[in-house]
Write a protein that binds this ligand. Sequence first.
Ligand code: HMG
Ligand code: MG
Length: 298
Amino acid sequence: MTPAQVRIVEVGPRDGLQNEKALVATADKIALIDRLSATGLRSIEATSFVSPKWVPQLADAAEVYAGIARRPGVHYPVLVPNEKGYERAREVGVEEIAVFTAASEAFNRKNINAGIDESLQRFAPVMARAREDGVRVRGYVSTVLGCPYQGEVPLADVARVAGALHEMGCYEVSLGDTIGVGTPGKARAMLRAVAAEVPMAALAVHFHDTYGQALANILACLEEGVAVVDAAVSGTGGCPYAKGASGNVATEDVVYMLHGMGVDTGIELDALADTGRWLAALLGRDSGSRVAKALAAS
Ligand code: HMG
Ligand code: MG
């Protein structure tokens, strides 16, 4: 049954901006996050404390995080790949992090220079310190519906990695279709397989829209009972280490669909669409949201 309320995790400032060729000014990143928090969003992934050699676009993570006007009740998670990232994040007062790995060995090696089990071992000290510090930890599993290097990814591998992250203490595990190859039947089957290992209330879905299937996949997963959906304003996004990956599903499009279904998100769609158009103008292109374009024309 479709849930009555859905929490959106806005990943535009992180997933969106990590893949931009043009440099976005630190002040604009901060303005984006503050505009997003004014729309009613309660979870906004702000940036990544990864190696600046690997992702130069987010080298200003500390400055961005320190510059946000933190709104009470809003969570601002950041990506952390290792202890060094954890320390950098804590220096500026981060209270929620996300660790990330994949169901595919080949993708993991390209993205974080480690195999799956090695990456889980790398997270163990981060999890221990987070527990001690009262820091919330979200987990990501990438390539849940296909890998650009390995191809098919067995459902058992997705369920195993999601189960391991949950077991380690991630309060929520987000399932990423990194290259957007999934279709609704496969998305549903994948979610069911994972939900046999991890409670549905601790799962989120994260669809890239490369093949235009993201909204359909989200609907199939909502019908399975998932109530947390990742999305990026204006459909920005993509992983620099996933060949062929394109933007995330646009937050505006997800919110329009949910509101149309009578599902509450707590988000003001007009304010969100304005922010998406502002970001698109900043990046020098059209909004990646069909809804934002339609609203502007109406
Ligand atoms: P490595 O090269 O194996 O690690 O990278 P290393 O420990 O040898 O470090 C290399 C250099 O980076 C060293 O500097 C370290 O100090 C430094 P040097 O000694 O050469 O001067 N370094 C750091 N600096 C700052 N912060 C850090 C840090 N760590 C090391 N945290 C590593 C391993 C994991 C660091 C690297 O591979 C990395 O940063 N990868 C991140 C890649 C990434 O961010 N990908 C995109 C996010 S995942 C995604 O988009 C998918 C998702 O959206 C879900 C989905 O769609 O599926 C979440
Ligand atoms: Mg992603």
